[in-house]
Write a protein that binds this ligand. Structure first.
Ligand code: DP6
Length: 351
């Protein structure tokens, strides 16, 4: 095992003890649902990185054998997440023993409301692991040209979907390798300005966690077929994003969202995460789109809220449709106005 002495570490770190990154959330177009071993996905997935919904993470490390860890989320102690993070860092220490030489203080905050029904595990795990990867970079454990790839791999070990929050635009995870996400290049102009209106149907914590959902998928009677289909759909989705074909994009996006929920509803231990208003929103969208021809489709995560994915040129139409026809179906009329984003950002510290 590699051992480090205090002076070695101090020489490498100089006075850089604090790290600060923001990382975005992402919305999957083709879903990760099912995993084996250490968050290795059973099928590939493709997502769009968001711009406004993100997590900021400030990490301060001190060289300290006591190897303590504390986490404050929006100024409040978060014991549950703290325990998860401790396990995560201990797991990473098997590969990077130097991580055991520190005590850690994390301060995180989200730009989106806690109760908005938006999963924060992707953006928070990505922001935290960017800080950890930067520490490893400073300690010459990670190479500069592999920084984002390694940050994606470490994020994946914290939460699968976090592996896709390390790059801007569109990201696939599982097509090239299951270890980390990679950016999808050569996207058609038609998909370079895309909005995501996150319609909050219900912000309550969901009854079945994603982790449990992944587990149940591994016992699902349709699992083999699903994994095969999802891999095919990823290739199709990537082709569509490169060819700029909204006409094919919409049915693929929507049938995939319904397939995810169909799988949840058709296992031995079934569960339903959609609410009656989820269906009303979808129904209204279908009718309105037929009349207007707007380039907009819906997708769903593992929850009741609806993401409207739309071409930015149709934004005015989509926003007035939401205001006129949908707000009555939403919790306190609430929706989050987001769009495609450029990926994580380093925040300057120690200067
Ligand atoms: C339905 O990444 O939250 O949102 O790896 O257990 O942390 P863990 O699961 P998580 O699962 C996300 C599932 C999904 C689809 C997706 O984002 O691809």
């Amino acid at each position: 095992m590699i051992t480090f002495n205090k002076t070695d570490i101090e020489n490498k770190l100089a006075d850089t003890y604090s790290f600060n990154w923001t990382a975005p959330s992402n919305i999957a177009f083709i879903k990760y649902w099912g995993k084996v071993d250490f968050q290795l996905p059973t099928n590939s997935s493709v997502s769009m990185t968001l711009k406004n919904c993100h997590t900021n993470c400030e990490m301060t490390v001190t060289i300290d054998e006591a190897h303590k860890l504390s986490l404050m989320f929006e100024e409040q102690a978060d014991n549950k997440f703290e325990t998860k993070l401790r396990k995560h860092i201990d797991r990473l220490s098997l590969e990077y023993p130097v991580l055991k030489e520190f005590s850690y203080k994390f301060k995180t905050s989200n730009t989106f409301p806690h109760s908005a029904g938006i999963a924060s595990s992707a953006s928070s795990m990505a922001a935290i692991n960017l800080c950890l990867t930067e520490l490893l970079l400073k300690l010459e454990q990670v190479k500069e040209d592999q920084f984002f790839r390694e940050a994606s791999r470490l994020s994946r070990m914290g939460s699968g979907s976090a592996s896709r929050s390390l790059y801007g635009g569109y990201v696939d995870w599982g097509k090239t390798t299951k270890e980390y996400g990679t950016k999808v290049e050569n996207i058609h102009q038609e998909f370079s300005h895309v909005g995501d209106a996150v319609l909050i149907v219900d912000s309550a914590e969901k009854e079945v966690s994603s982790s449990r959902g992944h587990q149940l998928m591994m016992e699902h009677p349709y699992k083999e077929h699903r994994f095969e289909q999802a891999n095919k759909k990823c290739l199709e989705m990537i082709d569509i994003l490169k060819n700029g074909d909204w006409k094919s994009f919409i049915p693929l996006l929507e049938s995939e969202a319904l397939e995810l929920h169909g799988l949840m509803m058709s296992g031995q231990e079934w569960f339903v995460l959609m609410k009656p208003n989820t269906l009303s929103v979808i129904d209204k969208l279908k009718k309105w789109r037929k009349d207007t021809g707007a380039r907009v489709g819906f997708t769903l995560d593992a929850g009741p809220n609806v993401h409207l994915i739309y071409h930015m040129d149709d934004r005015d139409k989509v926003v007035s449709f939401i205001n006129q026809e949908l707000t009555a179906l939403l919790e306190n009329g609430k929706w989050i106005d987001d769009q495609i984003g450029t990926g994580p950002q380093k925040v300057s510290v120690n200067e």
